[in-house]
Design a protein around this ligand. Structure first.
Ligand code: UT7
Length: 323
């Protein structure tokens, strides 16, 4: 079986900085409340005429500029994880294909909310292991600001727009190890976005094309389950916490990350985050945190990291990677 490895990572964030003060002028909130409950100081919003496909393309331009040896024309599969696509079809992946004129590549979008990027990595590993593909781009990209209900003060302060990208290639040594995935669909109504069906799990929901969440339920579910899943992931890979250099848990809320670190007794300084300056960027949050840490000189070749995403479903996906 062919092994797979993440050989490059990059990201893109839009220019428009939205501070907590911006919300103080619009809803009943305080900057200190937002920081104390979420750890978020700022986030970025895409411009009015800038959509998820544009963010994907910018992230790919960045990975190409930073890794001039990456042969974009040889990319043979593109997976875009997003819940905020410009349109349902064509896929965001096919928009990337067209922009870079990649001659022969499979293109799919993947919808697993904030867990989407990690699901993409797991699928890319499988395609490479099967021997059918050799150069796969996995992109997590969101323009959540276009799907945010700005009258809901409990959720609107959380979200930001961003894109992250990873290149997956064959390697002699395993760089993407065993994974864990799972879903509890009974929580479908606790985090949803619909502009079509008004019934989820037999219950009426709000059909306005905006994100709705039961923050407290998701918070508790995440802390309880993600702590356990990190330990399961270590067990299936025959590793101990001390073998890890980093944990990159989806940056949904800094308090969730702190609570998970405390629950498993892991140093917070080794939990890589993107939440503080970029908010909750859903499927982009994990590659963004990785890229920020790599550019800050923290993440080094040979490091071992847990990537663990969770979100609407409620679903989760985790994998251990060697950087
Ligand atoms: O990536 C997708 C997954 N999503 C998540 O992981 C979200 C997880 N949940 C959370 O991050 C948190 O639950 C929130 C940040 C959404 C909310 O924080 P919380 O500490 O759970 O607050 P809460 O909803 O329990 O509300 C506490 C209080 C309430 O007031 P009362 O009822 O105690 O008087 C809220 O009305 O805080 C109030 N509140 C606010 N106050 C000022 C809620 N939102 C705000 C706000 N500013 N923006």
């Amino acid at each position: 079986m062919m092994h797979a490895k993440i050989t490059a990572v990059s990201s893109y964030v839009p220019e428009q900085v939205i501070t907590n003060k911006w919300f103080e002028d619009k809803i009943e909130t305080q900057g200190e409340w937002i920081v104390s409950r979420t750890g978020i100081s700022e986030r970025r919003f895409a411009a009015k005429n800038q959509f998820t496909s544009d963010l994907c393309i910018k992230a790919v331009e960045n990975i190409l500029r930073e890794n001039p040896a990456v042969p974009i024309k040889d990319v043979d599969f593109i997976i875009v994880a997003t819940t905020t696509a410009d349109q349902v079809m064509p896929s965001m992946a096919s928009r990337v294909q067209n922009n870079f004129q990649i001659p022969n590549t499979g293109c799919i979008d993947l919808m697993a909310a904030c867990a989407g990027f990690v699901y993409g990595i797991i699928l890319a590993k499988g395609l490479i292991a099967s021997g059918t593909h050799k150069k796969i781009l996995v992109i997590g990209a969101e323009t959540l600001s276009k799907f945010t209900d700005f009258s809901d003060r409990t959720s609107c302060i959380l979200f930001g727009d961003a894109a992250g990208v990873a290149l997956i290639e064959p390697s002699d040594k395993a760089g993407i190890w065993s994974s864990v995935t799972g879903t509890d669909g009974s929580h479908g109504n606790d985090l949803y976005l619909t502009q079509n069906n008004q019934v989820i799990n037999g219950e009426q929901v709000v059909v306005n094309g905006k994100i709705h969440q039961n923050g407290r339920v998701v918070y508790k579910w995440a802390v309880q389950n993600m702590s356990q899943k990190i330990m399961e992931l270590l067990a299936v890979n025959n590793l101990k916490l001390a073998d890890l250099n980093w944990i990159i848990l989806h940056s949904a809320n800094l308090r969730i990350i702190e609570a998970v670190a405390t629950a498993i007794n892991y140093p917070l300084s080794q939990m890589l985050t993107s939440i503080e300056l970029f908010g909750n960027t859903s499927s982009a949050s994990i590659p963004l945190a990785w890229d920020l840490a790599a550019k800050a000189g923290k993440v080094k070749m040979g490091d071992k990291a847990v990537l663990l995403g969770f979100g609407g479903g409620l679903t989760y996906a985790g994998v251990i990677v060697e950087i």
